[in-house]
Write a protein that binds this ligand. Structure first.
Ligand code: FAD
Length: 421
């Protein structure tokens, strides 16, 4: 299939549909299908070659439209593609990129994010997990928490303190950390969604080779902020295609047929987003329930449509690289999406009334709306809470004074524990 960054979205969609006619087969294993998608540069076609096709946002949307039209399974998702891959592409050595990125793109490896700790969430730079040098390796000891998909991860993006004598933000280093080893104990935590996506992760003498350090020693805070930027932006993006297979060697999905993950499939929807497709669903639901003439429902739909459209246009402008950027597009996008999510939740409850409380595959929305409702508080917490996004906008965007706190050049080990770290 020829490809060019100059192709129109319609041409891209036609070409991908032809490619799918030749290649998509639900009987294929997840591993084989994801390898084909990655090999054709279609897993994340926004990436430059050799990993993707350098497509713009409209061309990428056309690829996912083709996948959905064909009912084909989408590319691997999760924190590998959302966080680890773009950070490795930005900071990695050629060896790290060559070794790790292809295995994220074809789903061979699952990843998690080992950032938050019991005493370090919003104040992430107060983290206490330490990494101590031992020859060519680092020995890691500490505790992480809220580690999504930690129980099925092959690797984690880890930040740890390598120099307690350095000021808080300067003694942190970033590692690409192998999870499947002695010294790593992952304990699931159950959420109100009924799922156990999060985990506590206890690290006791776990090891990581220095060749898996991402960036220079002591620069982990800057690298982590890059990851957090991708997380904020990712919260405004919806994925395409069908199926919910999990990447990596631990989840056990790679050697199963794609068809197993497509049974009764609807397009894959992340509960963390309201996309234009979600708004269309709300409109269809309102019509089905005879509420499309209800002025309050119409008003809420128009409001949601406007918000989602503005978020999309802003993202397009930010990615387009044109002038007029504020530098706080990520926090603005994240706050915009978490507010849209809350409003979508309220609209869904208004349309379904008492039925919104019924959960499970036999309910009117097959449980989709209920998942969205119970998950809706999550996105305003992860990747930095809404309050923290507002602080960033105030300080970095509007130039307001920084929050008061201990002097930034005080050695970390001299800071009082818990209260101000
Ligand atoms: C669904 C979900 C998935 C997650 N997945 C991961 C993951 O995979 N990996 C990972 O490392 N972490 C993950 N997290 C953790 C998440 O990043 C933290 O919960 C978040 O950063 C907030 O930290 P905290 O929970 O310690 O709350 P705290 O920092 O204790 O905050 C408590 C409250 O105080 C407010 N607050 C704190 N400081 C300030 C301030 N300076 N100004 C104004 N208000 C403030 C906060 O906004 C919040 O309302 C996840 C969280 C959720 C909900």
């Amino acid at each position: 299939m020829a490809s060019s960054a100059a192709q129109t979205a319609a041409v891209v969609q036609t070409e991908v549909e032809q490619w799918l006619d030749e290649n998509w087969d639900p009987a294929r294993s997840v591993r084989a299908w994801w390898a084909l998608l990655a090999g054709a540069g279609l897993s994340y076609p926004n990436l430059d070659p050799p990993f993707g096709r350098g497509y713009n946002r409209d061309q990428v949307a056309a690829v996912f439209a083709a996948l959905r039209a064909k009912g084909a399974m989408g590319p691997p998702g999760g924190l590998g593609t959302m966080l680890a891959m773009p950070t490795i592409l930005q900071y990695g050595t050629p060896e790290q990129i060559r070794e790790l990125v292809p295995k994220i793109l074809d789903g061979s490896h699952g990843w998690c994010q080992l950032f938050s700790e019991p005493g370090a969430g919003s104040d992430l730079a107060g983290l206490q997990t330490r990494a101590e040098r031992d020859g060519d390796e680092w020995v890691v000891t500490g505790q992480k928490v809220w580690t999504s998909t930690g129980q099925t991860a092959d690797y984690g993006i880890l930040i740890a303190r390598t120099d307690p004598a350095a000021p808080k933000h300067q003694g942190i280093t970033y590692f690409l950390f192998p999870m499947q080893q002695a010294g790593v104990d992952v304990r699931p935590l159950r959420e109100m969604t009924g799922h156990a996506v999060f985990n506590e992760v206890f690290l006791d003498g776990a090891r990581v080779h220095d060749s898996l350090r991402l960036g220079d020693l002591g620069t982990g805070w800057a690298v982590a902020n890059t990851t957090l930027g991708f997380e904020r932006a990712g919260i405004g993006d919806a994925s395409g295609g069908y199926g919910r297979a999990a990447p990596g060697t631990v989840a056990g999905h790679l050697d199963r047929a794609c068809a197993e993950f497509l049974k009764g499939a609807r397009p894959q929807v992340s509960q963390g987003h309201i996309s234009p497709g979600t708004v269309k669903r709300f409109i269809a639901m309102a019509k089905e329930r005879g509420l499309d003439q209800d002025p309050m429902v119409r008003q809420a739909i128009a409001d949601l449509h406007s918000r989602v459209s503005v978020i999309g246009w802003s993202a397009k402008r930010a990615k387009g690289g044109a002038g007029g950027r504020t530098g706080v597009e990520g926090p603005l996008a994240k706050i915009g999406m978490t507010e849209a999510l809350r409003r979508g939740r309220e609209l869904g409850c208004r349309i379904f009334g008492a039925d919104a409380q019924l959960w499970g595959p036999d309910t009117a929305t097959e449980g989709w709306l209920q998942e969205l409702i119970v998950f809706s508080p999550g996105p305003s917490i992860y990747g930095g809470t809404d309050e923290i996004q507002r602080n960033i906008i105030g300080e970095r965007g509007l130039g307001l004074p920084k929050e008061p706190g201990p002097a930034r050049d005080t050695p970390f080990r001299d800071l009082p524990a818990n209260a101000t770290r």
